[in-house]
Design a protein around this ligand. Sequence first.
Ligand code: FMN
Length: 322
Amino acid sequence: MKSNRITNLLGIKYPVISAAMTWVTSAEFVAAVSNAGGMGVLGPNAGQKEKASSAEDMADRLTKEIRIVKELTNKPFAVNYIFPMGGASEDPFTNAVFEVLVKENVKNVIAIGHGVVERELKRLKEHNINVIYRDLSPTVEKLVEAEKTGVDALIVTGYEAGGHMSDFKISTLSLVPQVTSLVKIPVIAAGGIIDGRGAKAAFSMGAEGVYMGTRFIATFENPASIETKKAIVNVKSEEFIEFKSGAGHLRTIPTEAGKKALELINQGKPQEAYKYYGEGFKIGMLDGDLVNGTVSVSESAGGIKQILTCQEIIEEIVQSIG
Ligand SMILES: Cc1cc2nc3c(=O)[nH]c(=O)nc-3n(C[C@H](O)[C@H](O)[C@H](O)COP(=O)(O)O)c2cc1C
């Protein structure tokens, strides 16, 4: 396939990026995506089995993971960068990640937040780091504003996406073309894309790259438990449960913990519900406990029928895009 602004910006062969996903990325997984010509992204808790005890501990672990990626591939990769949120002017974890990026000479970040934080963008750009911005509750207006800050590219995420879901139920099909009509910087589409057909649709709407989470969980290289991968392969799109929690909207395969959380939220007991979904991602996705954990997925997970290699997924997309 031809190069475009995303492949040129990132120095990659194909504009297919595996998403940052808490707990379910690792150096081996990221390197597999990058070695297949796409770009892997280290998410929070990448390669870990337990939470870091402090920002310093997290930084040490991230440094180790980045070094393993560099041993496994000489291709570009990125790190997830969480802008300070909730009105905070800075965050010790974000500061620690920044120091690691500079020391390890990391070239690309996928930055997330509820708006671009200018101080963060400035210091990342001072170190020539490519900043791809993904808003957590995107609207057309917010993304037009984000472009003005000087980020290098935008990830436009529709409500189909797995993980922390937007406060606005705007689908990928609605949001991507509206944004590509108005912004000049390159756009990467996210949310519900699981194969070449979805990627082709995204490209026909003006996107120049795809950012895929759920599809890449059901791969041989992903660190998620085999039980979780099988649950993704077996779920039907009408079976999901969805609820609005303190941590945003969540869609999960209907595990016992997910059902209990939904019940408690419906009873107006969000605090009690939290104990069922708070640590749920790790328990459900990494440990594979489909009773006590949650399995956060894309609305398109029903269309995932097989565990594949990262390379097979990328090759099929590249062939479809042509
Ligand atoms: C289990 C899971 C965990 C996620 N955790 C994060 C995260 O820590 N940081 C982040 O930026 N996005 C996170 N996301 C969102 C993804 O980066 C991406 O936007 C999303 O998966 C794209 O939608 P898709 O799953 O339909 O492909 C997560 C997604 C999933 C499925």
